[in-house]
Design a protein around this ligand. Structure first.
Ligand code: ADP
Ligand code: MG
Length: 294
């Protein structure tokens, strides 16, 4: 299931005199099964882009093709009912999408709405909760009284319970402690690789998904400034492309290492472990000749 943006522009207007450009002529093709990081400065259009992927926001101009749908400006949102089931969006602040007073009610709401029986919905709810690594004892708790990490996982479970093909998450780790952050990213990665979900995450912490992202989209002033893998991202920044982002730490480290040793050696993965391995090769070979090895 590819998503194709063609010349998509989105203008927010509070009144005719005040308009803000959210997206500016965006062209993009996204393939299924990928773990995609969406990064960029504040106000660059990350949330706007994400919200176009399930029809929450409609383009002012241009078209978006998702599955069998073609989304254009002026369409009725009702026509996207099935699309919304197959593409789940987790908002930046999960409490904004939680409105039931028990976790169970919250989780069965979607399946019930789409015709599942009470028993079927409860079974799906339990499965989604367990997939998110949460205990079944939470089912009767008020979701708004859970910890930030648990609430966020419940919000994701309420999307997962619908078995979507694509899960969109807007800064899912904001306000989480480092351990919950790592756990959540690991979980999302497993959903992507083991359950074949396409995951798109908006984050301002590039470091946290550095080891996982198959692909990056860098937004800048409403446009896609870069789309591609980590190596390409590194090369762009190394060659002076101003993407308005802070390079993830492993890449900053690698950039300094290359500069210090006057090296330029392409590598294909940039996790801390892979960099350590590569550096060990360079050191052992005592020179740049090791750089040709990968
Ligand atoms: P990001 O998620 O990268 O921080 P957004 O997609 O939220 O950026 O915003 C992109 C641009 O659209 C910004 O200039 C922002 O001010 C503007 N914008 C976003 N939401 C609204 C809105 N509801 N009304 C007016 N302007 C908005
Ligand atoms: Mg945002």
């Amino acid at each position: 299931m590819a998503i194709i943006f063609q010349h998509v522009t989105h203008t927010y207007s509070t009144d005719p005199l005040h308009t803000f450009l959210g997206l500016d002529d965006v062209n993009l093709t996204l393939d299924e099964g990928r773990f995609v990081g969406i990064i960029g400065a504040s106000g660059s259009g990350k949330s706007t882009l994400l919200q176009h992927c399930n029809g929450i926001l409609l383009p002012t101009d241009g078209t978006i093709q998702i599955m069998d749908y073609e989304i254009r400006s002026g369409q009725k949102l009702k026509s996207f009912r099935d699309l919304r089931r197959r593409i789940g969006l987790v908002f930046q602040f999960p409490e904004q999408q939680i409105f039931e007073d028990t976790v169970e009610k919250e989780l069965i709401f979607g399946p019930r709405n789409f015709g599942a029986s009470e028993d079927e919905a409860k079974e799906l709810a339990q499965k989604a909760l367990l997939t998110m690594g949460l205990p079944l004892s939470l089912l009767q708790r008020n979701p708004l009284q859970l910890s930030g990490g648990q609430m966020r996982k419940v919000a994701i479970a309420s999307i997962l319970v619908m078995d979507p093909d694509l899960i969109l998450l807007d800064e899912p780790t904001a306000t989480l402690d480092p351990k919950s952050r790592d756990e959540l990213i690991e979980l999302l990665y497993r959903l992507c690789k083991e359950h074949h979900k396409t995951i798109m995450i908006v984050t301002h912490r590039t470091d946290e998904i550095m080891d996982y992202a198959d692909e990056w989209i860098v937004m800048k002033e409403g446009t896609v400034a870069y789309q591609g893998d980590t190596q390409g991202l590194y090369e762009q920044i190394k060659h002076g492309e101003h993407l308005d982002i802070v390079l993830p730490k492993p890449l900053r480290f690698w950039q300094q290492f290359e500069e210090q040793f006057s090296l330029s050696c392409p590598i294909h993965h940039y996790s801390a472990e892979q960099l350590a391995e590569h550096i060990s090769q360079v050191v052992h070979a005592k020179g740049a000749s090791a750089c040709s090895k990968d």
